[in-house]
Write a new protein. Structure first.
Length: 94
């Protein structure tokens, strides 16, 4: 897990809210994430939600799994992380 990627991914409120949704509500498709995001927060384009989820995947905060009946689901890789700024490393609960 790269500290620059994680900090970049978490610098955006939408991505933090999406990560929290996946952690609290469990694995979900980008379509479901879009629906829930609009219910809980604000109207947002589905493509933007998808891009935000992908940014979280590239930072290793989420991962994608394929389910036969549901397609691609986003799953939380971590529920807690700790930044060691002195050594510039991340510790997780993986």
């Amino acid at each position: 897990m790269n500290i620059e990627d994680v900090c970049s991914a978490l610098s955006n409120q939408t991505r933090r809210q999406l990560l929290s949704m996946v952690i609290t509500q469990g694995p979900m498709s980008s379509k479901r994430a879009h629906e829930l995001y609009q219910q809980e927060f604000e109207t947002y384009r589905r493509e933007s939600i998808y891009k935000s989820l992908e940014k979280l995947v590239s930072a290793d905060l989420l991962e994608k799994e394929y389910e036969e009946n549901e397609g691609i689901l986003y799953v939380a890789r971590v529920t807690e992380l700790q930044l060691d700024l002195e050594n510039m490393v991340i510790e997780t609960n993986e």
